[in-house]
Design a protein around this ligand. Structure first.
Ligand code: KG4
Ligand code: ZN
Length: 338
């Protein structure tokens, strides 16, 4: 069963072809990092225009890479929620058109469930279930109890900034560039994670929700004191050693909270494994700390492969296979939901 996957929920246009849910035939990502870089974040209008330009060439390239003609496909899967509404609509409209023109079943995919499904695509095979899944990306920080590729129960989520968004905002304060995660991680490698004391919000509380706006504000106060203007933030200069220590302290605090809450959730639910996915799951310290914490509790960790942590359509096409198998076929009335 060969599924064409389409992903356009945020700032990457991606298409992929995957056979039987796991065999990757092609995966193409048209990244928009360069167009959003000078704004320090994703600008929805610009993202939509770029999706419109990229979506059809991206579909063509995926088919060419896979050595398939459109007639050899068995279905179309597309991210329909959550994300930027205009961006989602472009992928969904392209998917509906292809499904109608080729008379193929259409499957609408939840983006967070697709990030979790990336853990099925690693070397080790399917994750141990039920698992506590942590999805950490630029738009989401969610803990779920996962019983299968399509069976998830929300346990907790961020009440303000997503973890990746906090990386992006701290990178902005420190003038490190965009996207924030990789550049903060690189700067942190030269720093001392204990040099700056930053808050670990709600880590000692029972609730399974997250808050990352406090830590971002604490970084800003540490750098510039209270009441710094936008101009002061833009014009500030820092010594490289200072930047490295702030980046390392920030990264350590975020990782402590993410790992701590995931382990709290595992203890409370009696889960038999841990799943980690989403763009922030590229972070080496997070991968290592989660692996150590899971091993200490005897829980197998299913990590999404690094190249499938950031937005991609391989995870969408893979999950589409399971939707098809479950008979969850959408039609042309399917709607995008932000
Ligand atoms: O999953 P993703 O590609 O898009 C969304 O669905 O949001 O995640 C993008 C986010 C960005 O905020 C980026 O800064 C973060 O993932 N990220 C990282 C790293 N690489 C990407 N965060 C921390 N460490 C990294 N190495
Ligand atoms: Zn994502």
């Amino acid at each position: 069963m060969r599924i064409l996957g389409i992903e356009s929920s945020c700032d990457d246009t991606a298409c992929a072809a995957v056979e039987d849910g796991v065999r990757v035939l092609a995966g193409v990502v048209s990244s928009q990092d360069d167009v959003h870089r000078r704004f320090g974040g994703v600008v929805p209008e610009i993202a939509c225009r770029a999706h419109i330009e990229s979506i059809l060439p991206c579909m063509d390239t995926a088919l060419t890479q896979a050595g398939l003609t459109a007639r050899e496909l068995d279905g179309i899967a597309v991210t329909a929620t959550p994300g930027l509404i205009g961006a989602l609509l472009i992928g969904l409209t392209a998917a509906k058109a292809a499904s109608w023109a080729l008379d193929l079943p259409l499957m609408t995919v939840n983006h967070l469930e697709a990030h979790i499904y990336a853990a099925w695509l690693g070397q080790e095979g399917p994750p141990a279930l039920p698992a506590v899944s942590l999805v950490v990306s630029g738009g989401h920080t969610s803990l779920m109890l996962t019983r299968g590729p399509l069976d998830h129960e929300l346990l907790g989520a961020t009440t303000d900034d997503a973890a990746g968004e906090a990386f992006d905002k701290v990178a902005n304060i420190l003038h490190l560039g965009y996207p924030g995660g990789p550049v903060v991680e690189k700067a942190a490698a030269q720093g001392d994670p204990t040099a700056v004391d930053l808050p670990r919000s709600w880590l000692d509380q029972e609730r399974l929700d997250f808050s990352f706006s406090g830590i971002k504000t604490a970084v800003l106060y540490h750098c510039l004191g209270q009441n710094a203007s936008k101009q002061a933030i833009a014009e500030a200069t820092y010594a490289p050693a200072f930047v490295a220590d702030v980046a390392a302290g920030f990264q350590q605090a975020v990782v402590d909270v993410l790992v701590g809450k995931t382990m709290q959730a595992a203890a409370r639910t009696g889960a038999r494994g841990i799943i980690l996915g989403g763009g922030v799951a590229c972070n080496a310290l997070l991968r290592q700390a989660m692996a150590e914490a899971a091993a200490a509790r005897g829980l197998p960790l299913a990590l999404a492969p690094r190249h499938l942590c950031r937005d991609n359509a391989i995870m969408v096409a893979g999950l589409g296979y399971h939707l098809h198998a479950a008979g969850r076929i959408a039609d042309l009335t399917a709607e995008a939901m932000p």
